[in-house]
Design a protein around this ligand. Structure first.
Ligand code: GLU
Length: 578
């Protein structure tokens, strides 16, 4: 067969001699040991935890070795392409401080581009043409229907499916048959002519999994599709060679294709990069472990972490805990050190499925956030609110001093023990809401409506903003005693039957009235932050709320008296329209 003529017929045109590409994309001038790694996502718009997992590993390995991390966009499948997907990848990874040195939309060194596979058609075609010329690739005219029938036949016979050996029908077409098909205008793909035998197995060193055994490939895989665009397999070999990747860290779902890639690199005469196949992230689902799923698990998408406002360092700490078996120990010894100081290695990466547990991440988040100063926390919450918060939430940051006081209190800064109540920016912003917005709803008051109304009214009368914590609490005790609640806890504990409750219940009533919540940090400080007018407004609003809520069904002479009395004492009602 005249392979040269066939190649010219299948891929017409002049392509540069192959060494042109070797010269155009020379080996990189990097110090010994420097690794060139990459992230090679498809622009589907969905960037997930698995991408981050691989990105952290690739970034660490490249930058710890003084090498290069680049971004290549695998856009050979146009059907899956989504506008803005590349920017989304860059933005999502930037949040976790993953910075590329070069690549699509990065603007670094362009020597090894183009970075979009669609822009590299000429290179792929030159090398496919070369493989046809040397008899290592051939046209296949099989239709979709024929291939489906073949697969069904193989499945029925319990044989390995695919286009190989005796099933590779077009492999042995005669020159006449090929040209007749071409003359008839039949569409074709180009397949690799495999020379391998899967019975023969070779030792292979995977940088993550260690020494494994890999069989030879015998599949005549498609390398160029009928639209002239290469498949992942072929583009991977050409791109990782000419972009001079030294180490490919990719998901373990590609391990099964490794034999194909090994054969392709050999057929093309390229030396191979080293490989590390990263284990998948699993989730405990009842009794079983399964892969995180796009449909079932919102936490798979990286968008989830930005929207919820996860603290990037916390996510990274958790990812590193999962990625490197010795990270946790290092982190315990160096809890505040920059994460880049950890000596990340591919060899310490997990060899098999890693369990991803959102509760563990949340614990790490609480811990990491509790280390921030009030100013750092405010900056973190503000940047989240600017992108994802409501208008009301954005306004929380107008008064910097108030925000500082709120966070100092809520985080327990300056107190005996730092509080760990914040998990994410969205949760923390919701947590501090009552400092900025009046409560709409109230948790249950721990007493009847009459006591509630009396206590709130008496508090309004006694309340002075200038009282220090001690004087303030003295008044709360007096109100307790006046309403049949024990002013001292020890008295209540000694004889609970003699009281309606204790001073703690009275404080809780005030707390719920002021914040809507039964559990908050120190109430006196909260009232100091809210300011006198706001405290009065809130207590009064709660008072009306309690009275109105219960009034209909529970009208009692006591309540009626209490309300009359209150109205006599308190003139400024919240809103005349009530
Ligand atoms: N485009 C492939 C993917 O997104 C890249 C795999 C690789 O890293 O080689 O799965």
């Amino acid at each position: 067969m005249d392979y040269k003529a066939l190649a010219e017929r299948l891929i017409p045109g002049n392509y540069p001699a192959l060494d042109h590409y070797e010269k155009k994309y020379p080996p990189r001038d990097l110090p010994k040991g420097a690794e060139v790694t990459r992230l090679a996502p498809s622009p589907t718009g969905f960037i997930h935890l698995g991408n981050l997992f691989a990105a952290i590993a690739n970034e660490r390995i490249a930058h710890r070795s003084g090498g290069v991390l680049y971004l290549r966009i695998e856009d050979t499948d146009l059907k899956r392409k989504v506008d803005g997907a590349v920017e989304a990848v860059i933005k999502a990874l930037d949040y976790f401080d993953i910075k590329f040195d070069e690549g699509a939309e990065i603007g670094g060194d362009e020597t090894y581009g183009p970075w979009y596979q669609r822009g590299r058609a000429e290179i792929y075609r030159a090398f496919v043409k070369h493989l046809i010329e040397i008899g290592r690739a051939y046209p296949c005219f099989c239709t979709e229907e024929e291939l489906t029938a073949l697969r069904e036949e193989q499945t029925a016979r319990k044989e390995v499916t695919g286009y190989y050996g005796k099933y590779a029908r077009c492999r042995d077409l005669t020159e006449e048959e090929i040209y007749a098909n071409l003359d008839a205008g039949k569409p074709f793909v180009i397949r690799l002519k495999s020379l391998g035998n899967p019975e023969i197995k070779h030792k292979f060193h995977d940088e993550i999994k260690g020494d494994i055994t890999v069989p030879e490939n015998d599949q005549d895989v498609v390398i160029l599709k009928s639209d002239g665009i290469p498949t992942y397999h072929f583009a991977h070999a050409v791109d990782d060679h000419f972009m001079r990747t030294t180490l490919v860290i990719r998901g373990e779902e590609w391990l099964a294709s490794l034999p194909i890639h090994i054969e392709l690199f050999d057929a093309l005469g390229f030396s191979r990069p080293r490989y590390g196949h990263n284990c998948s992230l699993m989730k405990q689902d009842g009794e079983t472990r399964r892969k995180l799923s796009k449909r079932k698990d919102p936490e798979l998408s990286l968008e989830f972490y930005r929207k919820e406002g996860y603290f990037a360092r916390a996510v990274k700490v958790y990812m590193l805990t999962l990625l490197n078996s010795n990270f946790e120990e290092w982190y315990q010894k160096n809890p505040d050190a920059p994460l880049d100081e950890f000596k990340f290695t591919a060899a310490k990466m997990s060899k098999s499925g890693t369990l991803f547990d959102l509760d563990k991440l949340n614990d790490i988040s609480k811990n990491e956030l509790s280390k921030l100063s009030a100013e750092e926390m405010a900056a973190f919450l503000k940047s989240w609110a600017e992108e994802f918060g409501s208008e009301a939430q954005k306004a929380y940051f107008n008064d910097e001093e108030k925000m500082r006081r709120v966070l100092t209190l809520c985080m327990g800064i300056g107190g005996k023990k730092r509080r760990k109540d914040f998990t994410t920016a969205s949760q923390a912003t919701e947590f501090i809401k009552y400092f900025f917005e009046r409560p709409e709803t109230y948790e249950n008051f721990p007493c009847g409506q009459t006591d509630c109304v009396c206590i709130l009214r008496q508090f309004l009368e006694a309340y002075r903003y200038g009282d220090d914590a001690q004087a303030w609490f003295g008044k709360v005790k007096e109100i307790a005693a006046a309403n049949g609640f024990a002013a001292e806890m020890k008295d209540y504990k000694a004889d609970p039957a003699s009281y309606k409750g204790s001073v703690a219940d009275v404080a809780e009533i005030l707390r719920i009235a002021a914040t809507g919540k039964a559990n908050t940090p120190d109430l006196w400080t909260i009232m100091q932050i809210l300011g006198e007018d706001e405290v009065r407004e809130r207590i009064l609003k709660a008072l009306w709320e309690v009275a109105e809520h219960w009034w209909g069904e529970n009208q009692t002479p006591e309540l009626e008296n209490a309300l009359d009395e209150m109205i006599a004492h308190v003139t400024d009602k919240p809103g005349e329209d009530r």
